[in-house]
Design a binder for this molecule. Structure first.
Ligand code: HEM
Length: 408
């Protein structure tokens, strides 16, 4: 295994301006001959505590490939053994990929000639894997299947999965190629159930790479989120499992992945103030209606001169707020997806929504229930089409994929 180490290859004047201070540093390459130091975003490898999966490190990569796989087999020890083999083979490979990039691992890789692109690979386990392997006793209650929600229009072929690969990078050639390489390595022991590439505004094109990105509806999305620097982060995002049967998830996180189509065909024809009412925030700067800047706390009791709520009763941020959800919190990491048009000629694009939390029952599910019950105004403009929940165990001491012996 040879190849350049990614550490310290590229750091610039803006180093540390974005991202966490702790841990060794990885540079993010930008596709220019002479990188502008202001665009050289520096990533950390360790996060605020050991065991944080790469998917939760900041800054969020510009590209992601989420792949859900089924382990082939009828069940029991056959499935358990295959899953262990697959995860075991991925462990070493993921370490090598993080260290050397795909071009250092695979001869002739499509990533040759690219600068380091902050490849970060995170592995998740579905509840179905534990059940099918005869390890139901090790399934934490937090990993229960999600309930049905009123607005669900799920397509089963875009739901579930025994294993998840979440591959992030600054370049889609890197994320896609690394995902394909790992799936190929698993061979006929697995079958891809569904996969979705997602992206966000890249650091290269953003005038201010530290600003909150916009989603494909044009909204500033991701403002209210626990930050790894905050004391509440661990209690809201990282799971606590003192019980030996589920201790393999102690310090891990549960990720809910939803494929949410945006019904964009008529969205931009709506008057701007109506689009703002849907979410309860201004479109230009993301400030809550009635507020003056993005990080103002929404005033949910404010009324206008006519006595109407400034933030509508069915506004998305009102119904998703801690006030309406018993303080439910999760870390939302949304990525855009854009597959063009479907066979009916309708735009096929939306949000590859990922929500990370200590317990989806009091996190995602509590919020989605509140959105449903309050008649979320955004609900008329989106459609949930895919869904899955995975357990992401804490990474090992070396920051890598955990040993499959832990859960099996
Ligand atoms: C395509 C679907 C969605 C879009 C376009 C969307 C958009 C937004 C936007 C623009 C904001 C305000 C800015 C911010 O704080 O990030 C927001 C806030 C939020 N959204 Fe969504 N969202 C979507 C789906 C969801 C879902 C499925 C959930 C969870 C079930 C959710 C939970 C939240 C929460 C917790 C907040 C923060 C509320 C607060 O101010 O306390 N969103 N969303």
């Amino acid at each position: 295994m040879s190849g350049p180490s990614r550490r310290g290859l590229l750091t610039g004047g803006a180093a540390g301006a974005v991202g966490l201070a702790a841990g060794g540093l990885w540079g993010v390459g930008v596709s220019r001959p002479e990188p502008d130091p202001a665009l050289a975003v520096t990533l950390s490898r360790g996060g605020p505590r050991n065991g944080l999966p790469p998917a939760l490190l900041t800054p969020t990569p510009a590209h992601v490939r989420v792949v859900a796989l089924e382990v082939v087999g009828d069940g029991g020890e056959e499935v358990a053994a295959r899953a262990r083999e697959v995860v075991e083979s991925w462990r070493d490979e993921i370490r090598a990929l993080h260290e050397h990039g795909l071009e250092g691992v695979v001869e002739g890789a499509p990533t040759q000639g690219l600068r380091p692109a902050s490849l970060g690979i995170t592995l998740g386990l579905g509840g179905s894997l534990l059940e099918r392997s005869g390890l139901g006793g090790r399934r934490p209650e937090e990993l229960a299947d999600l309930p049905d929600f009123a607005g669900d229009r799920l397509r089963q072929e875009w739901c579930g999965g025994d294993l998840m690969l979440h591959v992030g990078a600054e370049d889609p050639v890197v994320s896609g190629s690394a995902a394909r390489h790992l799936v190929g390595l698993a061979g006929d022991r697995v079958r891809v159930r569904w996969a979705l590439p997602g992206f966000r505004r890249g650091a290269v094109t953003a005038k201010d790479p530290s600003s909150t990105p916009r989603n494909l509806m044009g909204q500033i999305d991701g403002t209210v989120n626990p930050h790894p620097d905050q004391a509440v982060f661990a209690s809201q995002v990282l799971a606590v499992h003192p019980d030996p049967a589920t201790a393999w998830m102690d310090g891990g996180a549960y990720v809910v992945v939803r494929r949410i189509r945006m019904l964009l065909d008529g969205w931009f024809a709506m008057p701007e103030h109506e689009r703002e009412q849907v979410v309860g925030r201004r479109l230009d700067d993301g400030a809550p209606l009635g507020g003056s800047k993005e990080d103002d706390r929404p005033n949910l009791v404010a009324r206008d001169d006519a006595g109407r709520s400034v933030i509508a009763q069915d506004a998305h941020i009102r119904l998703a707020s801690p006030e309406n959800t018993l303080g439910a919190r999760m870390l939302r990491r949304g990525f855009d997806y854009d597959l063009g048009w479907d066979s009916q000629g309708r735009v096929d694009a939306g949000l590859l929504f990922t929500a990370w939390q200590a317990d989806p029952r009091t996190g995602f599910t509590a919020v989605q229930r509140s959105l449903d019950e309050g008649g979320d105004a955004l609900g008329d403009h989106i459609r949930h089409e895919g869904s899955a929940v995975f357990a992401v165990p804490p990474a090992g001491e070396d920051g890598q994929v955990p040993d499959p012996e832990l859960w099996g």
